[in-house]
Write a protein that binds this ligand. Structure first.
Ligand SMILES: Nc1ncnc2c1ncn2[C@@H]1O[C@H](COP(=O)(O)OP(=O)(O)OP(=O)(O)O)[C@@H](O)[C@H]1O
Length: 373
């Protein structure tokens, strides 16, 4: 993997009932999500990256080596240019929002000062007006943390982490303490961070929903080992991956908005000749969107259905069949004209037997639901 800020992690750690043994390269752009069952080591990896946990090995960001035990080299946490946001980030209760953000800025001001540039000049991503706008917290500056909602508090905590102008942002379940409504409120801000800041983010989460929406790169951890790592869209479409054992197995498709059908409340999205109808979005024509298709919402037929209420029926090649106890997960590839879009379909073992499906044959995928994210 190339990229000037690639994150390198070789970590070994032994606890009484747990061992961590990983060798990972994460891209220096976008969001890398660490997912896996409880206790598999996600937080331990994040804390080791921050220097808060003393695993053995090597940790680097681009050319900077933060830890290399072979050379007895260890950069302490406070000297690593990182922001760290956890589930319930503690803000200083005696300071208002402005005071909290200024506290976050202090370290970066010192650094800039020591490099000879004037603190507070320019409008980099750590500048207060930029942060206030990015996280929608300008109206909260005079408020004390105990008067903020959970979602507002987390947005301030993220802004405070960014105020120190980190070169890597670590987020450990940043939305886990929020209810569904607060999560929905904060997710667009996280998307903006991703889109507008050139800052790699390593993101720990239990929620595949969140990950499918935000991440570009996925690392699946299991009992302290890397089960798989790679581009999110590719990994999710592999039927054998462990998250696909769950009822919400899905693929994520990247597309752009092609047309709006105001009369029927629909939007058409597409890429490379493939198109799908989804519930209407306000996004402008040409906007990049992500859509999620659940495997349980996809069925297959040998013949193109003649009259059907399903709006999205696309020709597809059956690539592989993954057998589960009572169901089968089919990996489909939309036909060549529709290059690049994989699909998963979960069907019953009975349907698989009745149709005698074989890899390589051409089918029609009927997609009952597509959700824009
Ligand atoms: N301070 C500690 N002392 C001893 N064992 C620990 C300590 N912290 C974590 N562990 C153990 O190390 C393992 C990995 O923990 P870690 O918190 O990294 O997992 P996780 O994947 O982040 O879990 P979760 O999703 O539940 O937060 C677990 O078995 C945990 O019980």
């Amino acid at each position: 993997m190339t990229g000037s800020h690639t994150i390198g992690l070789q970590l070994h750690l032994q606890r009484q009932d747990f061992s961590l043994d990983i060798d990972l390269q994460l891209p220096g752009r976008g969001v890398s999500a660490l997912v896996g069952p409880s206790g598999c080591g996600k937080t331990t990896v994040l804390r080791s990256l921050a220097g808060l946990e003393r695993a053995q090995g090597r940790v680097s960001l681009g050319d900077e080596v933060w830890q290399d035990d072979a050379r007895r080299h260890f950069v302490p946490t406070w000297q690593r240019p990182i922001g760290y946001v956890i589930q319930e980030s503690a803000l200083f209760p005696h300071l208002d929002v402005r005071g909290n953000l200024e506290y976050g800025r202090r370290r970066s001001s010192k650094d800039r000062h020591s490099q000879g540039s004037k603190a507070g000049s320019g409008a980099g991503p750590g500048e207060l007006p930029v942060l206030l706008e990015l996280l929608g917290i300008g109206h909260l500056l005079a408020r004390r943390p105990d008067t903020l909602s959970g979602g507002e508090r987390q947005r301030v905590a993220i802004a405070r982490a960014l105020a120190a102008e980190p070169r890597l942002l670590l987020m450990d379940e940043p939305l886990a303490a929020l209810d569904a409504a607060r999560k929905a409120e904060i997710l667009p801000y996280l998307e903006r961070l991703q889109a507008e800041l050139d800052l790699p983010i390593v993101y720990v989460s239990h929620s595949m929903d969140e990950v499918a929406r935000l991440a570009n790169h996925l690392v699946l951890l299991r009992a302290g080992r890397v089960e798989a790592a790679g581009p999110l869209l590719e990994l999710l479409a592999r039927p054998e991956m462990s998250p696909n054992r769950l009822d919400d197995a899905s693929v994520v498709l990247e597309a752009e908005v092609l047309a709006h059908d105001e009369q029927h409340g629909l939007t058409q999205i597409g890429r490379a000749g493939a198109t799908l109808w989804v519930g209407q979005t306000r996004q402008a024509l040409g906007s990049a969107v992500r859509a999620r298709v659940l495997a349980r919402d996809v069925s297959v037929a040998r013949q193109a259905p003649l009259e059907t209420s399903i709006l999205n029926v696309l020709p597809a090649r059956l690539e592989s069949i993954y057998l589960e106890p009572h169901t089968a997960l089919l990996r489909l590839q939309l036909n060549q004209a529709h290059a690049g879009w994989p699909l998963l379909a979960r069907i019953t073992r009975r349907s698989l037997a009745t149709l005698a499906l074989q890899p390589g044959e051409y089918l029609h995928a009927q997609i009952k639901g597509v959700a824009l994210m």
